[in-house]
Design a protein around this ligand. Sequence first.
Ligand code: ATP
Ligand code: MG
Length: 238
Amino acid sequence: MLEVTDLNVSYGAVNAVQGVALRADTGKVTLVLGANGAGKTTSLRAIAGYHKPKSGSVLVDGVDLAGRRAHTMVRNKLVLVPEGRRVFSTLTVEENLRIGGYRASRGAADATIAEVYEQFPILADRKDSQAGLLSGGEQQMLAFGRALMSQPKVILMDEPSMGLAPTMVDSVMTKVREIADGGIAVLIVEQNADAGIRIADDVAVITRGKTVWNGAAADADKAAVHAVLGESAFDENA
Ligand SMILES: Nc1ncnc2c1ncn2[C@@H]1O[C@H](COP(=O)(O)OP(=O)(O)OP(=O)(O)O)[C@@H](O)[C@H]1O
Ligand SMILES: [Mg+2]
C-alpha cells in the first residue's frame, strides 16, 4: 500500500534523512523505531507532504507521489496524525472531526462521523465539549478520529502515546491495532518499543537518517533493537 524507498530529506545543509526505506501494508501495523534525532518525524512529514524530500520515491498504491503537498496526499488516501495531536482546542470535538472531513459532502461527512463515534464512543459522549478540555488520551482519540474522517488507506502516526499515562498508552495502542484491523495500513513511530512491538506486525529501525533494520515484529527481538537504540527504548514502567 505504501512503499518508500531511498528517501532523502534535508534542512538546508543538514541531511536529516539519507536512505530511509519503509513500507506499510493494508491491515498491518508497521512500527518505526529510532533514537532521538534519528529522522523519524522528518521522514513522516516528508512522506505526508509537509516537507519536500530531496529525492526518493513514495509509492501509494503503486503511484509515486513523492514531493506532493499534504492536501494531495490526503486526496490520495494518505494522512498524518502529527506529533502532539494538534487538535483545535477552542473548537468542539465534532467541529474538529468536520475539519478532518472537509472534502466530503455534508451527507457523506455525517455518515463518516457516525462511524467514528461508533469506533470511539468517548468522542460521541464528548461531541459538544471543547477539544482543549479533553484529557491527553481523549485528544489522541480525537486526532485519530479526525484522520479517519478523510477515509484514508494509509495512516502515519507520530508518537501517539507521548505524554500519556501508562494506562492510556495501552488504550491508544489497542485503538491503533483496531484501526489497522479495519483495513488500513498503519505506519507508527513510537518511543515506547515494548508497547509498540506488542501491536506491530513489522518493524523498521532508523539510525542516523537511514533504515538499518526491517523485519517481522516477531523477529525484532529485544536484544537486537536494544543494541541499536540503547536502554531508553524499553521503558519498564510502560
Ligand atoms: N526544522 C529543522 N531544522 C533543522 N534541523 C532539523 C529540523 N527538524 C529536525 N532537524 C534535525 O533533523 C534530525 C532529525 O530530526 P527528527 O525530528 O526527524 O528526529 P526524530 O527521529 O523524530 O527524533 P525524536 O525521537 O526526538 O522525535 C535531527 O538532527 C534534528 O536536529
Ligand atoms: Mg520525532
